[in-house]
Design a protein around this ligand. Structure first.
Ligand SMILES: [Ca+2]
Length: 494
């Protein structure tokens, strides 16, 4: 049974089935079902077929009949006669009126009519009620449908809103991430561009520098080539001069041989450096010929110290020689080249005048400490200039400051006073030296050696280092007790 079918249609079907039921009889009666509905004071019994009704509620055979119960609630169907129920599927279930047999016997048509009228009235009521029921059901159904639709719509709208919100959030998040990535990419690109620009600038600078250096190199090469050309010319000229000098030398030697005068050994060297360069590298006594003279001289050549080739000017190591000498003695030299000695100021002037010389001073004190002072360039004036001292290029370990008297200082001895002191330094300090006033050095002072303070010839037994002792002030101050001193010369370009 379907609620959505229009009830008048159902009622019509019931009537039609009623006619059919009349033909089938009691068999149909057994297949019917009873369904009772309470409405107000009335109860309605729906008599439904058991098998035919399954074909459809509206199109086929629907309900079979409707019974109307009386307010007293008496049941119909089972208790009434079968014929009456079949022919009147929808009837009022009321007891027969007490006067029914009487009136039936007298005016049967009138009772039937009244019965029919009553039935019609009931039918009308039922029809109206069914209309109301239909309206009510329709309204209910419509309201329910509308509510269902609204609810469904709301549900769908909420779901769509949720989905839209989620999509919007997701899109916003994705957009934000994309913007972040874009920002990072832009920053990275900017950095890379800046680096490229810096690299470009640096490369440009390096290229300019390279170009400048290449130009400078080309200029230097050109200059070098010119210098080489000039050098070649000079070498050729020098070789020619040398050849001419040799010829002149031969000529002079021939003249000397013819005159019968003695002449120097042509093989003598002018200093120890020349001997060293000739291949002799052992320290010892050698004979040299002073430059620009015929004068020969025995010297001690130091071939071991700092590359060798040194001509010893002064040597002290045991105090065996007295250094408190006269001007003439210092000019010519004294002592033994095998031991303590002074080579001589005349020789010193000759050697230092022939070519640029270096002076090396070696010192050792009583404790065995050694030091040196090197003067890259040294020159000693001639006797007219009192063998004045000139030097430059000091270095070494014997003090940070040169103890040798400043350039220009003249030589003084006990009999020649050329110092800048009103006193006589050579007398006070003893020995011959380049005294100033009297200056921080005197390697020709009294040799006290390792004897403590004044044990030497001029010490006088004093308990402190005597003023007249060997002095090299800026190495050990006034307390120096020298046990060895050496002064040597060697060409500066050795
Ligand atoms: Ca003086």
């Amino acid at each position: 049974m379907r609620c959505c079918l229009p009830l008048p249609c159902l009622f019509t079907c019931l009537l039609l089935l009623d006619a059919v039921a009349g033909a089938t009889g009691a068999e149909q009666q057994q297949r019917r079902l009873h369904h009772q509905v309470q409405h107000g004071k009335c109860s309605y019994t729906f008599i439904l077929p058991q098998e035919v009704g399954e074909e459809g509620a509206c199109g086929g055979a629907g309900g079979e009949g409707v019974g109307v119960d009386s307010p007293s609630g008496g049941a119909t169907g089972g208790g009434a006669t079968g014929k009456q129920q079949v022919s009147n599927a929808l009837q009022r279930d009321s007891p027969p009126s007490p006067d029914a047999p009487h009136s039936h016997s007298q005016s049967s048509p009138t009772w039937q009519e009244s019965k029919l009228q009553a039935l019609e009235s009931i039918m009308d009521n039922n029809t109206q009620w069914l209309h109301k029921l239909e309206s009510y059901i329709q309204e209910s159904v419509c309201v329910e449908l509308q509510e269902q639709q609204k609810k469904t719509l709301h549900t769908h709208t909420a779901a769509m809103l949720d989905i839209s919100t989620n999509l919007l959030s997701h899109s916003t998040e994705q957009t934000r991430k994309l913007m972040d990535v874009e920002t990072q990419v832009l920053n990275h690109t900017s950095r890379v561009e800046v680096q490229l620009l810096e690299v470009s600038v640096s490369t440009s600078r390096l290229e300019k520098l390279l170009l400048l250096q290449a130009n400078e190199l080309a200029r230097l090469n050109e200059r070098n080539r010119l210098l080489e050309q000039r050098l070649s010319v000079m070498e050729a000229g020098h070789a020619e001069e040398l050849r001419a000098a040799h010829q002149e030398k031969k000529h002079l030697q021939t003249l000397l041989g013819m005159s019968g005068l003695p002449h120097d050994e042509p093989m003598l060297s002018r200093d120890c450096a020349e001997i060293y360069k000739s291949g002799v590298t052992q320290s010892g006594v050698y004979t040299i010929r002073l430059p620009n003279t015929t004068h020969t001289l025995k010297v001690w050549c130091d071939m071991d110290t700092m590359g060798g080739g040194w001509t010893v000017l002064q040597k002290r190591h045991n105090g065996s020689v007295d250094f408190h000498r006269t001007w003439r003695e210092y000019k010519q030299g004294f002592g033994s080249v095998l031991g303590e000695h002074w080579l001589g100021n005349a020789a010193l002037h000759r050697i230092s005048s022939s070519q640029d010389q270096s002076l090396l001073v070696l010192l050792r004190d009583a404790d065995g400490h050694e030091a040196h002072a090197l003067y890259q360039h040294l020159h000693i004036g001639d006797e007219d200039k009192n063998y004045s001292l000139h030097w430059r290029g000091f270095s070494g370990t014997a003090g940070k400051t040169s103890s040798l008297t400043r350039s220009g200082t003249m030589f003084s001895t006990r009999d020649r006073d050329h110092d800048l002191c009103s006193c006589r330094c050579a007398q006070m300090a003893t020995g011959g030296w380049w005294f100033e006033a009297c200056g921080p050095s005197n390697l020709n002072g009294v040799y006290y050696g390792g004897v403590s303070n004044g044990g030497g010839s001029y010490g006088g037994g004093v308990s402190k280092v005597a003023y007249n002792s060997i002095k090299w002030y800026y190495w050990k101050g006034p307390s120096l007790r020298a046990t060895m001193t050496t002064m040597m010369l060697r060409p500066a370009d050795f």
